[in-house]
Design a protein. Structure first.
Length: 282
């Protein structure tokens, strides 16, 4: 019986997190005037370990990673694209965001995507992975073209969004909202410079892209500055222009399955439970 219970836990682990990457990995989508590319780098050192280049669209913006799947947006279309990391396969457009002509940053709440508008409004859209619009909110302190948006759970267990106030605003100010768009904390993070763009949360700290310097600044979950890392090991001589950032949400959100894997997990667990009961009766 103990062995069967152990196997049950192993199955759950496999379904949820075996495809997840190392917890110290951050992904950064780059602003370009051509096909987008995503840097993969070490969150502790800034060392780039891989560059994902075979992507769709033009002028990269948003990025979300959940296990084996990378989701991304560009500044030239209202499409959300997907990419399979293990096979290096670009899957093309997953769905489009109605009412927007361009998209900026993305975030994931464990079930659905939060997507920032990049066509001039202060809107953030909540979409299901199948492309159903669930909610549209306005971020009051966003002046338009905001390019830093992240979902996180605060110390009190409350679901929150953090967003910067504009593209190239001085200084780079990030404000905290609830998921209805109500402002909770103004000036939660202040970069003191104009280059604060994408933001990621690894479950402990926030990572902010200093886009024009090719650097990543790290802040605590209280908004306090910790350190700045320079990105190193990038191909070519051009300084990286990192827009959005993402850790692996499958790890950050405590074993969050990839969208679409909940059914697989449930079927597997039910099958194993049936085997345990059958053996007990025999």
């Amino acid at each position: 019986m103990k062995r069967n219970l152990h196997n049950l836990l192993v199955l759950a682990c496999i379904a949820v997190s075996c495809s997840a990457t190392w917890a110290g990995t951050i992904y950064g989508n780059n602003a370009t005037f051509g096909a987008p590319y995503v840097y993969v780098f070490d969150s502790g050192t800034g060392a780039i370990t891989n560059t994902i280049t075979n992507l769709s669209g033009d002028n990269g913006r948003g990025v979300v990673v959940v296990g084996d799947t990378l989701y991304y947006t560009t500044a030239s279309t209202n499409s959300v694209f997907s990419y399979t990391l293990s096979t290096s396969t670009d899957n093309g457009a997953l769905f489009t965001v109605t009412g927007s002509s361009a998209l900026s940053t993305m975030a994931f709440d464990g079930t659905n995507f939060w997507i920032g508008d990049y066509s001039g409004t202060n809107h953030a859209y909540l979409y299901s992975p199948t492309g159903t619009l669930l909610n549209t909110i306005s971020l009051a302190d966003c002046t338009g073209f905001c390019d830093g948006l992240e979902y996180f759970v605060d110390g009190g267990g409350n679901a929150r969004l953090i967003s910067n106030e504009g593209d190239g605003e001085t200084p780079g100010v990030y404000d905290v909202y609830d998921t209805s768009g109500n402002l909770i904390t103004h000036d939660f993070i202040n970069t003191g410079r104009a280059s604060g763009t994408g933001i990621a949360y690894d479950g402990t700290d926030f990572y902010v892209s200093n886009i024009y310097e090719g650097q990543i600044s790290v802040y605590s979950n209280t908004g306090a500055f910790i350190r700045t890392e320079s990105l190193t090991g990038f191909p070519g001589s051009d300084t990286p222009l990192v827009e959005d950032l993402s850790a692996d949400y499958a790890l950050v959100l405590t074993g969050t399955p990839e969208p679409g894997t909940f059914a697989m997990l449930g079927a597997g667990l039910l099958g194993l439970l049936g085997a345990v009961k059958s053996r007990k009766r025999s």
